[in-house]
Design a binder for this molecule. Sequence first.
Ligand code: 5RP
Length: 231
Amino acid sequence: MSGPDLRRAAAARALDLVEPGMRLGIGTGSTANAFVELLGERVRGGLDIVGVPTSEATHAAATRAGIRLATLDEVPELDLTIDGADEVDDTLRLIKGGGAALLREKIVAFASRRMVVIADAAKRVGTLGRFPLPIEVNPFGLAATHRAVEAAVSRAGCAGEVALRRTADGAPLLTDGGHHILDAHLGRIPDPEALSAALWAVPGVVEHGLFLGIASAAILAADRDGAAEVT
Ligand code: 5RP
């Protein structure tokens, strides 16, 4: 099965968790988009939910799908958030932010009673870190923050390049919140909690893509003889 089929299979299973009247956090990325499409079909069939999107891109996709939306200020407590991830370990620690939406994704997930991850099972890892860790930083004093992040990474027992994320035309990428992203190419993160604490100690860091103790479950889809096996 192709990646899109696996993402859709995980998204379809997540739809079973959605109940009428729910206040739903809606994630960002291709897997979350598959969920938005399927949720839109159910909404058009009469399901009444309200969604809080985690990015401008998801806001646009959910609006196109006919899903009723609210801001987190209007609905500050959510029942469930469904979102993708870049990596998931055995204890449900995540790396997120490949789509640069990590700040809103973390705020929305934290405001939810449950966060359920949907992903292709290839995202499951023994040790986090093969995927570059996104770190959202304030543009003010970027060079100083960049150096401080490199030092923090090394204090937390990690090694590797920290690179400013750029768009296709070479400009520094701007997130929905008007910040930049530093991607830390670490290979492995032996102690995610230590790295999280070290990064939070840097004043210019707005948020980082380690989601620790936030996800409650993961729905992972793998190819089993040409059919999706969802666990
Ligand atoms: C966006 C994210 C995404 O959830 C993550 O990048 C996974 O995306 P995809 O489902 O396209 O693989 O964290 O900031």
